[in-house]
Write a protein that binds this ligand. Sequence first.
Ligand code: PAF
Length: 309
Amino acid sequence: MRIVIIGAGAMGSIFGAMLSSTSDVVLVDPLERHIAAIAENGLTVEGAGGTREIFRLHGTTDPDTLAPDFDLAVVFTKSPDTRDAVAEAKSLLKPAGMALTLQNGLGNLDEIVRVLGPARALVGVTSHGGTMIGPGHVRHAGKGPTFIAGASPETRGVAEVVAAFRDAGIDTARTEDPDTLIWGKLVINVGINSLAAILRVPNGVLAATPACEILMAQAVAEAVAVAERLKIALPYGDPLAHVKEVCRKTAENRASMLQDILRGARTEVGVINGAIVDKGAALGVATPCNQFLSEMIAALEATADHRIE
Ligand code: PAF
């Protein structure tokens, strides 16, 4: 399968490396020094146990240099860049090629459906964790299952994509309900990401600190209330217990929103806590904790240049 990864940050690079063992993979990312380092020295993937593997991958900052002959585009950009990434995917795919989002937050699959239609749109969630160490160098911080669903019953090629992931050694299963998949991950991100970014702590601290749990419980309860109003079933029984379990399993991880805040980048708060606020407002569900967390992150982003370290 010919696969283009659009957005080769930590997670995009790690999936690109894994998929390259059995597929023909190209990375597309605007970060010149990362792409140049990969061209010169290969992509170094550091494992959790200190292992190091170098992958020879083709990468480019300019998707216009690539032929439109890809079977699959995996969208791994930050969500504010999804619209551009999906437009790029469209121009790089074969006429029947598919696009898969493995991003955090609400609205990414909708964008693929809008541009390519439901028959070519896939969504997935993954428990792999990654951190960018430097140009051409990522840490594969944690491994876990990946789940993939088609946007609708008429989506073609889900089985082929799942098979391509599994052939590359990625523990992947197909699920049938995209909303359950998306909201299952969204509730986790609602409970973890903005709190980790505001408090500047790794995920494990959130579950081990009662004062954090009070806020986490409130943010999660609001997200669950919105999901219930939308009649979306979550893939686990006790959402707060599940979010705390994810914190424990990814205890050493810096949540992606914390990584964004630390490098002064835009965060995904708008499609995580902000999405709960927007949906809650439309449905008449109160979401004061998610509103507060969204506003705190917006204030953190806006004051980055004045921070006293
Ligand atoms: O965004 C993230 O960092 C991850 O989705 C998660 C699961 C919160 C682990 O850090």
